[in-house]
Design a protein around this ligand. Structure first.
Ligand code: ADP
Ligand code: MG
Length: 730
């Protein structure tokens, strides 16, 4: 593959990038090549504009129109130097994935020709028809018009010949119609709340960043086989298919050697990622056959999330070049592991202090405990909401299915961390940890070696939310999800706790308590109220389900009902307090969630119905005729007694096949009827519940009959590629 590198040279008033040969193919040579990053901005923008943009990104200072014009001009120059002809506002609507509408740079020049134009106005804001995207009635409640608006904190990038500008997407009256707007609000919320707390320890702190490192799991299937599986094409998963005789029982796939065809795909994908500034770092096989993972180095959450969305679309394209189909669905195959997207999450200050890492001084250790306990309190209080944030029709197959995180959100801390919290709780009074000057004397009894993490070896794979030494790993997120959903709920909930924490400390200090004492007392009080979110045992066990219910954790398993958590008084108040969502926004977004859930099950039900009646039943009937024919011919050839004996098994098989065919026909008819009934329901919530309760279960029962038939019917007749073919890439 020939790689192009670009060199910045001065030309006229503006510096220009020209392609040069890529001599070494080293990632450092082409990393970020397609991104309008700080380096490019520095080259393409006047110094004043550059400084203003950087200040806007780093310090949230407002950006003037004049600066926006200068940025637009520089961006256009850079893009055109890269051979770009079009630009698009790149937005994250409430569907899976991203949306874009491409416009060319051309404007009439008044003399019959055109010139390339791109103004600050076009960069900053564009009108988008909100009615073409899921909006949950916001459009009716407010206005049909929507706007996309430039997110200056995320750099523009080039895909093909198009300049993509990351944008938020809002209604005319300012309600969010996307994932990015509330994500930015939540990040802002956690920044403000955490900064206020950090300043109690160090007044030099001006900002707290949220960091995200996702691990994207996916399946690869040969494209030619996918072409013969309408279920994969239309729903992203197999709706039928008997387990292969061999699947993951030998545990030989995880970290096994990567098939060369797959490795070629991965290499190509990583190059594309690096050109787009996505710091892809790790690749390996996953547990199930044909299942793999790619993970980057963690980044600021908004950027990391943009990069994950970008990755998902780039993956699909790169896979095509290698005759693969990428399956991002949470459960493409029954009987083998599904796919998740672990979200490794942490907070850190602009002074370089990671907040989930113990420090070297007693004060730093107290700060560490304050943040850990605030996270525990947030996950405890907003337990159901955090589960709702990762719930979807696809992820419902993973959760609670004894392979992935359970459908109850608890936090794993590990022995060492739990020991520290025990100690904190066991203190008779805060004074135990304070000397006479009110200075902290706080020891965590940890080896104080630099950066030695709290022991993260005792990993618990059954926990949905695990502390892993310097970060939390939210493992319940689905592989196809927009991580923003989880990051919004988590960052907002933590922001809310930090606000309360700070207020409680302020109250104590106003009552005359010293700062350290006030913080210790508050954190201990908080811990007492949330400690029961910690569970280090086996999350799959039935004992845990019973225990979690006793603790009052959310144990609901029905996806549409889990969405109700967004509308509880507590959630509405929390989102209002943190400025992340207004109540009308929450209501509208839940309408969208229910609607999408219904549509996903509806499509699956239709596809399964078609396949069952058009593909499976006719083939099973044909095979049944072969057996019948055989039995009849036996009668012609042999004595009735002998024929009866010889054909006995055929007849038994014929009866079984007939039984399955009848069941498939009846249950498919039932499923159609259940859909009809559900479709008449007006309320999106009630309709989703009906789909969950009456349609979805039939998908499984119909499938069971089909999978039985797959084992009986002549292999040559079977119309669909089987699991053993789909799942083992050579
Ligand atoms: P695992 O062993 O769970 O696969 P890795 O070491 O591969 O873990 O890291 C998983 C992800 O966690 C990577 O994206 C990594 O950059 C990210 N990560 C590491 N430290 C942090 C942190 N402090 N905050 C957020 N993400 C982090
Ligand atoms: Mg991990």
């Amino acid at each position: 593959m020939s790689l192009l590198r670009f060199q910045v040279v001065k030309e006229g008033f503006c510096k220009k990038a020209v392609p040069v040969d890529e001599p070494s193919g080293r990632p450092s040579a082409y990393f970020g090549q397609q991104v309008f990053n700080r380096e490019k901005m520095f080259s393409y923008l006047p110094k004043k504009a550059y400084d203003a943009v950087i200040a806007a990104i780093d310090n949230k200072t407002p950006l003037s129109r004049e600066t926006a014009d200068a940025v637009a001009k520089g961006m256009k120059h850079w893009a055109m130097d890269m051979g770009v002809t079009h630009y698009t506002h790149w937005l994250h609507p409430l569907t899976d994935g991203t949306a874009e509408k491409h416009d060319s740079f051309i404007e009439p020049d008044g003399k019959g020709g055109v010139l390339e134009e791109f103004s600050g106005k076009l960069l900053i804001q564009q009108e988008v028809d909100a009615s073409s995207f899921p909006n949950g009635g916001i459009r009716n409640t407010f206005e049909a018009r929507g706007y996309s608006a430039w997110d200056i904190s995320s750099p523009a990038f080039i895909i093909g010949k198009t300049l993509c500008i990351p944008t938020i997407f809002i209604s005319y009256t300012g309600e969010s119609l996307d994932y990015k707007t509330p994500l930015l609000r939540a990040l802002n919320g956690v920044d403000e709340a955490a900064t206020a707390v950090c300043r109690l320890f160090d007044p030099a702190v001006n900002r707290v960043y949220s960091y995200l490192g996702w691990e994207q799991e996916y399946f690869l299937v040969d494209e030619s086989l996918v072409a013969a599986r309408p279920d994969i094409i239309l729903t992203g998963r197999t709706l039928m298919g008997h387990e292969s005789a061999k699947n993951q029982q030998l545990e030989d796939h995880y970290f096994g050697s990567i098939p060369s065809r797959v490795e070629a795909f991965m290499r190509d994908l990583e190059i594309e990622c690096h050109k787009l500034g996505i710091p892809a770092k790790t690749r390996h096989n996953e547990v199930a056959p044909n299942q793999f993972e790619i993970a980057p180095i963690y980044e600021e959450t908004n950027i990391a999330n943009d990069h994950n969305l970008l990755l998902m679309s780039v993956m699909r394209e790169v896979a095509k070049r290698h005759d693969f189909r990428v399956l991002l669905h949470e459960k493409p195959f029954a009987g083998v592991n599904g796919s998740g997207k672990h979200c490794n999450w942490s907070l850190g200050t602009d002074t370089g202090v990671p907040l989930f890492t113990p420090g070297k001084s007693p004060e730093q250790n107290l700060q560490f405990l304050v943040f850990i306990v605030n996270v525990l309190a947030a996950v405890r209080k907003h337990n159901g909401l955090i589960k709702a944030s990762i719930m979807s029709a696809g992820n419902a197959h993973r959760l609670g299915a004894n392979e992935a995180p359970p459908a109850i959100i608890s936090v794993f801390l590990g022995r060492q961390m739990s020991g520290i919290l025990d100690k904190l709780q066991a203190m008779s009074s805060s004074d135990d940890f304070l000397n006479i000057d009110g200075k902290a004397q706080f020891s965590l009894d940890l080896p104080q070696t630099t950066d030695l993490m709290i022991d993260n070896t005792d990993r618990n794979r059954t926990s949905p939310f695990a502390f892993t030494g310097n970060r939390f790993e939210f493992r319940a997120v689905g592989s196809s999800a927009n991580c923003a959903s989880a990051m919004i709920a988590l960052n907002a909930a933590v922001a809310s706790e930090l606000i309360d924490f700070k207020a409680a400390v302020d109250r104590r200090m106003a009552g005359g308590e010293g700062k350290m004492q006030a913080m210790l007392a508050t954190v201990r009080e908080m811990l007492a109220g949330c400690r029961d979110i910690v569970f280090d045992g086996n999350g799959y066990s039935d004992e845990w389900k019973a225990e979690a219910a006793r603790r009052g954790l959310d144990c609901e398993t029905s996806t549409p009902l889990i969405f109700d958590n967004y509308l509880t008084e507590q959630s509405v108040a929390m989102f209002r307090k943190t400025g992340v969502f207004s109540e009308p926004e929450l209501k509208a977004r839940n309408e969208v969630k229910w609607e999408i859930y219904t549509k996903k099950i509806q499509i699956e039900a239709r596809v399964l119905g078609d396949l069952a009646l058009n593909h499976i039943v006719p083939v099973a009937t044909r095979y049944q005729s072969v057996l019948l024919d055989n039995a009849l011919k036996m009668r012609q050839l042999f004595t009735p007694e002998k024929a009866g004996k010889l054909a006995a098994q055929d007849i038994e098989e014929i009866e079984k096949i007939a039984g399955h065919i009848t069941a498939i026909r009846e249950e498919t008819a039932q499923m159609v009827e259940a859909r009809k009934v559900a479709n008449r329901i007006v309320s999106e919530r009630e309709k989703a519940i009906a789909y969950h309760d009456t349609v979805a279960p039939l998908l499984d029962t119909i499938r069971r009959h089909i999978d039985k038939l797959e084992l009986m019917v002549d292999n040559q007749m079977w119309p669909l590629p089987k699991y053993r073919e789909l799942l083992f890439i050579k």
